[in-house]
Design a protein around this ligand. Sequence first.
Ligand code: HEM
Length: 271
Amino acid sequence: MSSATTLRHPKGPHAARAQREAGPFLWAFLDSSVGSKILVALTGLALVTFTIVHMIGNLKVFQGPEAINKYAHFLKHDLGVLIWVARAGLLAVFVLHLGLAIRLKRRARAARPVPYTYARPVQATVSSRTMILSGIAVGLFVLFHLAHFTFAWVHETEVIDASGRLTRVNYLDLRYTMPDGTQVHDVYSMVVAGFTTPWLAVLYILAQAVLFLHLLHGIQSSFQTLGLKNNRFRGAIAGLGVAVALVIVGGNIGIVIGVWAGLAPPISVGL
Ligand code: HEM
């Protein structure tokens, strides 16, 4: 009787080799579906945190030009190199979130090329079934938003300058003089110019509806992936997810409609 036995890995002939080739833990973690899901959840919650902080900062528009212009100046100039670190971090988080989510979806499709006979599981909501689509739409909105406010490529505005003349200006040339005489970028007039333009206001409101659809499932699903949505807290976590989505989107729509309705009136600007 021969004593030579072929050792087979319990998960199949190629599993042991695959494991050896998987490399360092971080790569293996990123490559696994569980790791990807955890990272999609964590990056998603980081983006939600950014969106809440951003919305609260933007509400300063209703405190008047000095408040929001001082805040924007602090972020863009006083923070120095930190703002670039934050921007790079935000971009990395955004790319990871979208990239991993798309990869997970493709893997799930590849694992089940033939659809289920009953295509609509009872619990699947519109929000959960359209996550990739709504995520891509939110990404496109952010690109548009950057083109509109950060790069000022989309729209110009007409302002009455300090000498009383009506002048057409690029958003980035709008200037505000602070009480101490410092000239800063007039983010207040830029936001007012944006949301008193009907097509831009409508576009932003539509984008918030898509963001709501994405957040409605996204926040709850992140909690579930991280193990926070157990049986005991199921109802509370689901409620918290809906509440956070409503606060973000309600706040953003409130800014658009409030500015549109004249709660942040235009000011004369020094160019
Ligand atoms: C009504 C709602 C919103 C208003 C009034 C608003 C306002 C602004 C303004 C004024 C800026 C440019 C700041 C500057 O360059 O001085 C900005 C940048 C930005 N916004 Fe928004 N925003 C809104 C909604 C959102 C949403 C929903 C998202 C993401 C989902 C978002 C993501 C960003 C990002 C990523 C930047 C670039 C930040 C940077 O330059 O470092 N914004 N926003």
